[in-house]
Design a binder for this molecule. Structure first.
Ligand SMILES: Nc1ccn([C@@H]2O[C@H](COP(=O)(O)OP(=O)(O)OP(=O)(O)O)[C@@H](O)[C@H]2O)c(=O)n1
Ligand SMILES: C[C@](O)(CO)[C@H](O)COP(=O)(O)O
Length: 226
C-alpha cells in the first residue's frame, strides 16, 4: 500500500544548542535532513513527502533538496510553535490518501523494512508506532526523590515513523486542537480518543538527534554501516 509521509523539521533545536537548525548538521558530510529524506525518496511505497519547515530556513531547505536531488517532495509547509502544530499543518495537505506516516526529520536512521512493517500493520490497526523496550529502570520522582519504580516490562520507548489511517489522525488532531490537548507524539492524540495504537518493535539505532551526545552515537552508527 502506498503512503504519504509528513516530515516535521521546523523545530528550534534548543537542546542541541548548536546555533542552527539541527537538521542542517552534517553527518559524514551530508545534512541530517538529507539522510532522513533519502530513505523515503528511495522507498517505492512512498508517493510523496510533505516537509514541514520554519520560515527562516525555507530557502536553505529548498537549496539542499535541489543540491542533493531529492525527488519526492510534494509540498513544503511552514510549521508551528509546537511539533503538534507543525504536523497539523502538514496534515492539511493530504488529499485522497489512505495511509500517512509521520516521521521526525531528526531521525535519520529509519530503515525501509521497518517502514514497510508499519504500513502493513496500520492497514488493520488504524494506528501503529515503532518502539523499543526500555533498557533502564524507570522511576517517578517528586521533589528530587524517587517515589515509584515503574514496572519495566510494559514500558516502551516510542519512536517515529508513526503510521495512521488518514481519517483517524486528522480527526484526532482536530479534537486535540479544539480541546487544547497537547501531546509529545501523534499517537498520544489517538490514545486521547481512546483508540488503540499498535506497537511495532523497532531498532535501538533509530535515534532522534536531540542533544550533542547523540551526534557521537550518530557517527558510530554511520561508521558501523561502512
Ligand atoms: N515546532 C516544532 C518542533 C519540532 N519539530 C520537529 O519535530 C521533530 C522532533 O522534535 P524535537 O527533537 O524536539 O526537535 P526540536 O523541537 O527542534 O528540539 P528542542 O525541543 O530541543 O528545541 C524534529 O525533527 C523537529 O524539527 C517541528 O517540526 N516543529
Ligand atoms: C515524536 C517523538 O519522536 C516520539 O518519541 C518524540 O515524542 C518527539 O519529542 P520531542 O520533544 O518533540 O523531541
Amino acid at each position: 500500500m502506498k503512503y504519504r509521509v509528513i516530515i516535521p523539521a521546523a523545530g528550534q533545536g534548543k537542546r542541541m544548542n548548536v546555533g542552527k537548525n539541527k537538521q542542517f548538521i552534517e553527518l559524514d558530510g551530508v545534512p541530517v535532513i538529507i539522510h532522513t529524506l533519502r530513505v523515503f525518496d528511495a522507498d517505492p511505497l512512498c508517493d510523496g513527502i510533505i516537509l514541514v519547515v520554519n520560515e527562516q530556513d525555507q530557502l536553505f531547505f529548498q537549496h539542499l533538496i535541489s543540491e542533493y536531488g531529492v525527488q519526492k517532495i510534494s509540498e513544503m509547509v511552514i510549521g508551528g510553535q509546537e511539533r503538534q502544530h507543525s504536523v497539523y499543518n502538514g496534515l492539511q495537505k493530504l488529499q485522497d490518501h489512505e495511509v500517512v506516516l509521520i516521521h521526525d526529520g531528526a531521525r535519520p536512521f529509519v530503515e525501509q523494512d521497518k517502514i514497510h512493517e508499519l504500513v502493513d500493520v496500520v492497514q488493520k490497526e488504524q494506528a501503529a508506532v515503532l518502539a523499543v523496550q526500555m533498557k533502564d529502570t524507570v522511576k517517578r520522582a517528586v521533589d528530587g526523590y524517587a517515589v515509584e519504580t515503574v514496572e519495566r516490562s510494559s514500558l516502551w520507548s516510542v519512536q517515529t515513523p508513526q503510521a495512521f489511517l488518514v481519517p483517524v489522525i486528522q480527526h484526532a488532531h482536530e479534537v486535540a486542537r479544539q480541546q487544547g490537548f497537547l501531546g509529545t507524539d501523534d499517537a498520544s492524540l489517538v490514545e486521547y480518543m481512546e483508540k488503540k495504537v499498535a506497537i511495532v518493535e523497532g531498532r535501538y539505532h533509530n535515534i532522534k538527534l536531540t542533544t550533542q551526545e547523540d551526534l557521537l552515537y550518530a557517527e558510530a552508527i554511520l561508521n558501523s554501516r561502512q
